[in-house]
Design a protein around this ligand. Sequence first.
Ligand SMILES: [Zn+2]
Length: 352
Amino acid sequence: MESQAHEFLKDLLLAPSPSGYEQPAQAVVRNYVKDFADQVTTDVHGNVIVVKNPSAPVRVLLAGHCDQIGLVVTYIDDKGYLYSKPIGGWDPQQLIGQRMTVWTQSGPIPAVIARKPIHLLKEEERNKVVKLEEMWLDIGAQDKEEASGLVMIGDPVTLELGYQELRNGLANAPGMDNSTGVWVVIEALRRASQQPLNCAIYAVSTVQEEIGLRGAQTSTFGVDPHIGIAVDVTHATDCPTLDLRQQGDIKLGGGPVIERGPNVNPKLFTRLVETAKSKAIGHQLAAHNRGTGTDANAIQLVRAGVVTGLISIPNRYMHSAVETIALDDLDRSADLLAEFMVGLRGDEDFTP
Ligand SMILES: [Zn+2]
């Protein structure tokens, strides 16, 4: 991975972006693209739309959602402990004992999230799955007055953000879902724009995917693209206890996953596979049997329908503090999308 692009990835991962609170991540996107984009706009929903070659008649929208799962503060008790609701789909077991950050209007405040220790759990409590409402955030405040002076109801909370590299080009961080997708759509635009183009590219850092694909819906309506491709993470199945018979054979380092199924236009699927083969870009296939839980689902249903594709980045340990990806998969995903767009003539008919 080129060093500037690598810095962009790390900056995205260190920017807090729970759904509805994505502004810090969007500022990172706007800053990175300012040297190579033809236009950059932010819509009223918060989507950042980065445009290259806008005068071309065929519009391609690439969507990577910049929001991550998080918590939102709902209540501060007399002792100064904070309680929260989840933003997005948490396994609450993943939260016990984590270092957290409360993002207040006057800056980040360190916190921990916990429950009582195992020694003090009753037998039935030990055997039960913990619920978020049974956990609390502790910022070290002495009482409600001190906590309320720092934290406002509605402040967002994330896992402590960070970035760590593992062996063999792997890296982990909270929020790989979906900083990696944002990185891929922006890098695809940057790489494609170094060659002649017959299409307009709208790379969108979408908001609020984790709570219902909301930013993809508004931004796709606004851009009105002919082709829309979402980039999101998918479950890598190369770790213990997963069922390959249902989830497919998806490996970190195996390259972008080209998705096939009803959420994807069949001719676009074929074109993406042909592009990968002709450019010798290692890739993998995955199948879905309905609308997916990604921005591709919203994109496909806008106006009278959009020619839709879905590229997935393999990710181990989704929605945890240690989401793990292969850096090489990101580069190859960006290359695949760039080559696809460079190869578009503009007169293709994707009617199935
Ligand atoms: Zn995602």
